[in-house]
Design a protein around this ligand. Structure first.
Ligand code: ZN
Length: 141
């Protein structure tokens, strides 16, 4: 992700846009809340307002650069749109998000749609629960 990606998306290259794009592309966690991005920028010594972060993310979403998710009960989470479909596991205790892709699930969805004479244009699968190795995570975050 670089300035040319902004231009391709029809957005002018500005410093806040570059910084936020860079964070989304390089953070170890691919799914970030606006507040997470804001905090990371502050920690990096950037002078930026939370409202600016929200505005830039909304512009990115409109331009197709990022996808916004509304995971159950939480704030909106943003991730870079790399064009590859995937689904999500969401830990309801810690908010941890893990991506997965399963060819059999994808195929079955197509078959079910076909049986109903239905054309899928988009789908979202979010599995809620908790990771078994994080049993003592209650109260965290
Ligand atoms: Zn994802």
């Amino acid at each position: 992700m670089e300035s040319s990606d902004l231009k391709k998306a029809g957005l002018k290259v500005t410093l806040p846009r570059m910084k936020i794009l860079d964070l989304l592309a390089n953070s170890p966690d691919r799914h970030l809340k606006a507040e997470d991005i804001y905090k990371m920028l502050l920690d990096a010594g950037e002078d930026i307002a939370l409202a600016t972060v929200y505005r830039v993310l909304t512009q990115f979403e409109a331009a197709g650069l990022v996808t916004r998710h509304h995971f159950d009960g939480g704030h909106a989470v943003f991730e870079l749109n790399d064009g590859e479909h995937h689904d999500h596991l969401v830990d309801i205790r810690t908010g941890r998000v893990v991506e997965f892709y399963d060819e059999i699930i994808e195929q079955r969805q197509k078959e079910i749609a076909r049986e109903h004479g239905f054309t899928i244009t988009e789908h979202t699968m979010i599995l809620y629960g908790h990771f078994d190795d994080e049993g003592d995570a209650e109260g965290r975050d």
